[in-house]
Design a protein around this ligand. Sequence first.
Ligand code: MD6
Ligand code: FE
Length: 252
Amino acid sequence: MLQPFDLCPDHSELTNAKTTAPEGHKKKRKAGESTTDVASVQHLRPGLVLLKGFVKPEDQVKIVRTCRQLGIGPGGFYTPSFKNGAKMKLWMMCLGKNWDPTTGFYGPTHPCDGAQVPAIPEAFKIIAQTANSTASEFPQINPDICIINYYNNVGKLGLHQDKDESGRSINQGLPIVSISIGDTAEFLFSDARDKDRATKVNLESGDILILGGRSRLLFHGISHVKPNTTPTWLKEETGLRPGRVNLTFRQY
Ligand code: MD6
Ligand code: FE
């Protein structure tokens, strides 16, 4: 049986939480709408777009709570290994379809407990699809996979390409929509698997990165997570452990 991983160590922190939140938290917005009236859109290179501060605070809180609930249940967080047997420096769980890093294949069940992989919550899909349509250079995806990673203060992810989705999805350059929550991470991207030549960009809580088109097979990774960079209101409202949650939405 896998060791369940609880993103919020002390549930009482949730009930005692102060509800202080930044400007914009109280404004009425529909799910998926951004925190700022004109979210900053950064075109990092063709096929790589960063939507700064796209996920509004109440959606960030909901995402953490939902990830915690799903993460401690069947098919929840575990520490995966690579094909060579080395442990990855993160916890992972999958929604929709399970991605198995030891084989590179997608399947219906969790590798540890054999549980059916949970469905992607509709609210998650709405946020990912709204971001997808904000970056008009990409075709719209209907995500059937969501991989959730949790990095603690020493978490990282080496340069890699995402190429285990269908040939059709990759050849069409269908985008992957990536949501970052919690501590800031340094994201690296490069045409080659060479971190010394990689470009660096910070991914902060609420940022969405979209990778597709000509960048669909870009090498990318996380060099490190910056400690104590989670917004105070997010910590107070969720009791999120120090670290970072990343969700990537894909269409197989
Ligand atoms: C992360 N992200 O941000 C890891 N993959 O923790 C990825 O590996 C990634 O951000 C494909 C597309 C976007 C991503
Ligand atoms: Fe990736």
